[in-house]
Each structure stands twice: as C-alpha cells, then as structure tokens.
Design a protein around this ligand. Structure first.
Ligand SMILES: [Zn+2]
Length: 309
C-alpha cells in the first residue's frame, strides 16, 4: 500500500489554537511508521491547475492564492465561518494535498495499488467556487474527475464518514448520476447541509446521526443508508473521505465511535469494492482533531484498507 504525504503539508498554519494543525498529520504519520504495517511512503506531487480545473475554475483558485499573506494568517471567508485561514506556506500544502489524489489515481489504475493520502488541508467542505471549513480544493472531487477523464471510469462512489457533512463534495456532484455520494454525519452540525431529503439526482445518500450515537447505532445506519445504496450502484472505483472525528474523543463533535470501529467501517467498504470495483479504493484524510484518536484510528483504517486482509 502507498501513502502519499509531504513536508509542505505540515507547514500550513491556521493560527494558534486552531484545531486543523500540523500535529494531526504528525501523529498519523508517526503512528503508521511505528506500526507493523507494510507501507511505502511517497512524496505527494504538486497538482497542476489544468487538473484542478476539472472541478474548480482557475480564476477561483487564483483568487484564493492571491489572498495568501506575506506573513501572519488571514481568513478567506466572512463571519461566521472565519476559521478557513491562509498563511504564507498555504499554496504548496493545498496543491500537494490535491496532487496526492491525482498521483493515487494513477497508481490505482496503472498498478492496482491501494493508496491513502495523508495530507492536509482536507478537501470535503470546498465547493466549486467557495473555500470553506478549513478546505480550499476538493481533493477527492478532483481525483474523481481525473479518474473519469484520464481512465474513462464511468461510475464512481465517494463514501464519507467524516462527522461533518461534506457540503463541497455533495454540491460538486449533486446532479451527477456518474458519481454516487454516500455520507454519514452528525446532524444538525456544521456545515448544516446533509439532510436525508437532499438526494440530488438519486445519487446522494445522506445518513444523519443524532448527537450521542453509539458504535452499534452508527454501524447499522452506515450499513443500511450508505453502504446498501452504494452496493446497488455498483461503482467501478470507490474513494473514501476518511475523517476520524466521529470518534468519541473528538472535541468538535458528539458521536461515540471507538478506534476499532474504523476497522469495521473500512472493511465493509472494502467488501463492496471487492464485489464491484476490482478492489479499487483510494482513501483521503479529511477531519479528526483528537491526536490520540487519530493515531489509533488510522491504524485500524489502514489495517482494513491494505490488500489481502
Ligand atoms: Zn469533520
């Protein structure tokens, strides 16, 4: 299994006390390195703007980069969401996070290798022309569009278990029957989207979770409302938006998953991929803000993600 990451992804600084911080990636990478998992780390390349523009207009991306300050940090959104920040080192972190998914798509289709993108910033809240929720480019959406364009993949599924609804991913694929999007998320919670009646062109499957949802309840809902429709969709490739903030330790949400649950969730996704998708899966790091929960959960996720489990 390949893991893409890059030193530039550590350099993105969102301000003191901000939950989306370099320590998240440090704890994930050090946990993987000290585990017995057999993985190959590779440097995430810089995404080219042509490929990014499969999802986001170039003007919009250039506008974001034009706001990058020479020093300090500035917000790219107006109140009340004034926590999506840019620092002097933002550009390469953003482009390498996206580039990881493009390189992963090539590895998946040319060498049949499963890949995890250990990157930050995350991407799932980034809409077509709106940076939002610590996200600028929607990494998983660019990878999906690249797979369709470069490799003629007709039917893709994006499976999502970050605790915050992926408003960006939903917006990008809302009327697109070539992409099924299945998401479990706490509701109501930031960003406020993801009600179960938001179904797009019949390709959007939202499973809302009440605050306090237990592991057992989560797994049942995830199975019936996310995995079951994706299974029926029969995707040729599955992309995972892997956020670990539905963990009971996470400070930004109120769902009570244990670290081991991320093995079960991932294993169930892999089973669908084996049935319909030749086992083809790429996973992208999204949220997760408690360092101990991240370092434990990532190992459970990768244990299930690796081939031949
Ligand atoms: Zn989240």
């Amino acid at each position: 299994m390949i893991i893409y990451t890059h030193n530039d992804c550590y350099k993105k600084f969102n301000g003191h006390g901000h939950p989306e911080r370099r320590e998240r990636l440090e704890s994930i990478v050090s946990s993987i390195k000290s585990s017995s998992l057999n993985v190959n780390f590779r440097d995430a390349p810089i995404a080219d703007l042509e490929t990014v523009s499969l999802v986001h207009p170039k003007k919009h991306i250039e506008q974001i980069f034009s706001n990058i300050p020479k020093d300090g940090v500035i917000g790219v959104e107006k109140e009340p969401y004034a926590d999506t920040m840019l620092c002097p080192d933002s550009k390469n972190a953003i482009l390498r996070s996206c580039g990881a998914g493009i390189a992963a798509a090539n590895d998946l289709m040319k060498k049949n290798e499963r890949v995890f993108c250990a990157v930050r910033p995350p991407g799932h809240h980034a809409e077509t022309v709106r940076a939002n929720g610590f996200c600028y480019i929607n990494n998983i959406a660019v990878s999906a569009r690249y797979l369709q364009k470069r490799y003629n993949v007709n039917k893709l599924a994006i499976i999502y278990f970050d605790v915050h609804h992926g408003n960006g991913t939903q917006e990008i694929f809302y009327e697109d029957q070539t992409v099924a999007y299945g998401s479990s998320h706490e509701f109501p919670l930031f960003p406020g989207t993801g009600a179960e009646n938001e179904t797009g062109a019949g390709n959007i499957f939202n499973a809302t979770l009440k605050a306090g949802t237990s592991s057992k309840e989560f797994l049942e809902l995830f199975d019936s409302k996310v995995l079951n429709p994706i299974d029926k969709f029969k995707p040729e490739v599955i992309l995972i938006s892997a956020g670990f903030d539905a963990h009971k330790r996470d400070p930004l949400a109120n769902i009570n998953l244990e670290s081991e649950d991320f093995f079960k969730i991932t294993k169930n996704i892999i089973d669908i991929a084996k049935t319909h998708s030749k086992g083809r899966v790429i996973s992208f790091l999204e949220g997760g803000y408690d360092l101990q929960a991240l370092s434990e959960s990532i190992i459970e996720h990768l244990k299930a993600l690796k081939p031949h489990v």
